[in-house]
Design a protein around this ligand. Structure first.
Ligand code: HEM
Length: 357
């Protein structure tokens, strides 16, 4: 690397490197497998990115855009957690809407899953990151089975088509997927990212000042449901959800309630396939108020790894093994795209056309 490049790299990417440094734990994990040694983080991310790598983009949920606004906490969680973000205060956030898949140009309406990610920082020691999806549960309860699920769903390399028999066999062999498949058969995608509900799926602990912990899941519930919402104009083209959201935001903030469900003793917080009974106590922790949206390329959310294990004091991970696998895979995906960004920027800086020159 030329000296000029080194200086340029340091200036441009030190913030990214700092974030990665903060995730050292995730990298240690990424170096190994997911516990049984059967699937490594690299294999996982290789499978997710597929044959055609979209350089500089996330290896999953590649298509998306950045958002920003405020989280207005009303203090309802204060008895359960010392996390400052849940005291009565307003904290700015950076976030991202996305759709599942590895193609940053995919048509918005083809994706089976939509997502909302938030990074809420009271200060550098008190950061909470969450990446939420539309399904309330997962189909499987461990990383190895998730790898098998992704393999069963992957299109055939020659035909480019999925094999329905393979998919059927996978779900038949995994009865724990029933809550997920029931949800999938009843789910009707809405016409707007603003009127979906997004779930944490995995459970976490809230920790109070006496060190007592309580398992919770959370969801972002739209301020307006689709029935209440009369402003949606669907539009056309492969970016309809993106376009609709930007149009909507031009006439005022989009809000979500952050609703926490408290587990009882008999609920298994390590199993993301099982919904908890509907009667469980729920608390509205506050409002997510989205005021800005911008493209992801060079956007404020691009250098953020929405690692679910970035938790502030007052919150902790459960033993759900999917959480560790996620953390490691997000770090590996981040490492790949950060390197590609550096490569692309360095070529531009040197006025070079291609890496081979
Ligand atoms: C073993 C299970 C999982 C694996 C291996 C996995 C892997 C990944 C990877 C590699 C990325 C790209 C990360 C980046 O470059 O920043 C990603 C993004 C994402 N994942 Fe997962 N994921 C898993 C489970 C889940 C679950 C259960 C949820 C929902 C609760 C979820 C929600 C998301 C979201 C919302 C994003 C996009 C975040 C953003 O906007 O940057 N994932 N996932």
């Amino acid at each position: 690397m030329k000296m000029g490049n080194l200086v340029y790299f340091a200036r441009r990417y030190l913030p990214l490197v700092a974030v990665v440094g903060g995730l050292a734990g995730a990298f240690v994990y990424a170096a190994g497998g997911f516990g049984s040694g059967r699937v490594t983080t690299q294999q996982f991310v290789d499978l997710q990115q597929g044959n055609k790598v979209h350089e500089g983009f996330r290896r999953a949920h590649a298509k998306g855009f950045c958002i920003a606004g405020e989280f207005v906490s009303d203090g309802a969680l204060e008895p359960y957690t010392t996390a400052l973000v849940f005291s009565k205060r307003t904290t700015p956030f950076t976030g991202r809407f996305s759709i599942a898949g590895n193609d940053p140009t995919a048509p918005d309406l083809k994706a089976p899953v939509r997502s909302l990610a938030l990074s809420i920082a009271v200060d550098p020691q008190n950061v909470w990151r969450t990446a939420m999806n539309t399904p309330p549960v997962m189909a499987v309860r461990n990383p190895e089975d998730f790898y098998q699920q992704l393999s069963a769903l992957a299109p055939d390399q020659e035909t480019g088509k999925r094999d329905p028999k393979k998919i059927q066999q996978f779900f038949a062999a995994h009865p724990e997927s029933r809550a997920f498949t029931r949800w999938a058969s009843e789910y009707r995608a809405s016409d707007s990212l603003a009127t979906e509900t997004y779930h944490s799926i995995n459970a976490f602990y809230l920790k109070d000042s006496a060190g007592q912990r309580r398992a919770v899941r959370w969801e972002a519930r739209p301020g307006k449901t689709e029935e209440e919402d009369h402003g949606v104009t669907t539009g056309e083209g492969s970016n309809v959800l993106h376009d609709e959201f930007f149009r909507r935001l031009a006439s005022g903030p989009v809000t979500f309630d952050l609703v926490f469900t408290l587990a009882e003793e008999e609920d298994d917080e390590s199993d993301p396939t099982q919904p908890w009974p509907a009667a469980r106590q729920q608390l509205v922790a506050g409002k997510v108020v989205i005021t800005d949206a911008s493209p992801q390329v060079n956007g404020s959310c691009n250098a953020i790894n929405f690692d679910p294990l970035v938790l502030p004091p007052g919150m902790a991970a459960t033993d759900d093994r999917i959480l560790r696998a996620r953390s490691a895979a997000y770090a590996e995906s981040y490492r790949r795209r950060a390197f590609e960004h550096w490569k692309i920027e360095t070529l531009k800086f040197n006025g070079e056309e291609s890496a081979d020159e």
